[in-house]
Design a protein around this ligand. Structure first.
Ligand code: ATP
Length: 261
């Protein structure tokens, strides 16, 4: 997409990584390079290793082989990466703003700066006026937007999102997909987004990494990386949209994920 600078240094490199648990390797030979402000979606059948790959990319799970690097830079008031999960994981005894400030603790920021840095992303997700509310007074979709604001507050180079909309009802989900398509153009962060929903991936991403195994063999790997060179505005209505979705469904095959989406 136009927002992605191909010449800029990558904000994430993963070279030939294999990962799994104990002696069991679930994914092998994964290469990924993410550019600033790029949006990469990761899709594949249930259990193929999408969430595990995210954990390996963040460094939470050391790969069995290969290397992952997210260049940190010099800044002491930002983090290299942050994560949005399926559930917003808000603390009910902290107000919305205080929940967003949580991620900022430990960074070199004064109290006043922390407050400002919490309000900025809340405005970005349209919740500035909810800053002093308790999480329990927000809808599920609003709570998830607070989770996104908390992750953005640290100004990450890479924002990881693990099925962030899968717990939401269909209408809220569609609404937040539209918001994320808009938000991604207004944030500096690159986004790596795991979903089992292929339409969601094609709707939001610049590239879709398709994980799977040939004939279901393990370990699985990258079957293909599909470029989605369609304009972000009204992408769902674009004549090519359904073709991209079908091409990816075809790559994954008639597994449980294809049936579930
Ligand atoms: N802590 C763990 N210890 C052992 N095996 C694990 C662990 N976590 C996940 N696995 C296994 O690794 C495989 C990949 O799991 P993962 O959650 O990454 O898949 P996924 O593609 O994200 O699935 P889904 O779409 O259903 O969320 C699964 O077979 C799972 O059982």
């Amino acid at each position: 997409m136009a927002t992605v600078s191909v010449a800029a240094p990558a904000v994430l490199h993963a070279r030939d990584i294999s990962l799994g648990f104990g002696d069991d390797t679930i994914l092998a030979g994964v290469d990924l390079e993410v550019r600033p402000q790029e949006f990469v979606a990761v899709v594949g059948a249930s259990g193929v290793g999408k969430s595990t790959l995210l954990r390996a990319l963040t460094g939470l799970l050391p790969p069995q082989r290969g290397e992952v690097e997210i260049p940190r830079g010099e800044a002491t008031d930002t983090r290299a990466w942050s994560m949005v999960f399926q559930a917003p994981r808000l603390f009910p005894w902290r107000r919305v703003r205080a929940n967003v400030e949580l991620g900022l603790e430990g960074l070199a920021l004064s109290r006043a700066e922390r407050r400002r840095r919490a309000l900025e992303p809340l405005a970005l997700v349209g919740l500035e006026e909810f800053a002093e509310r308790w999480p329990s007074t927000l809808s599920g979709g609003q709570q998830q937007r607070v989770g996104i604001a908390r992750a953005l507050a640290v100004k990450p180079k890479v924002l990881f999102m693990d099925e962030p909309f899968s717990a939401l009802d269909a209408i809220t989900r569609r609404h937040l997909q539209g918001e994320l398509a808009d938000l991604r153009q207004r944030t500096e962060a690159a986004i790596v987004f795991v979903t089992h929903d292929i339409e969601e991936a094609v709707l939001l991403a610049d590239r879709v990494m398709v994980l799977g195994g040939k004939r279901g063999d393990t370990p699985a790997g990258v079957i293909d990386v599909v470029e989605v060179d369609l304009p972000l505005t009204a992408r769902r209505e674009h004549a090519e949209f359904a073709n991209r979705v079908q091409a990816i469904e075809h790559l994954i095959g008639p597994g449980p994920a294809a049936a579930a989406t």
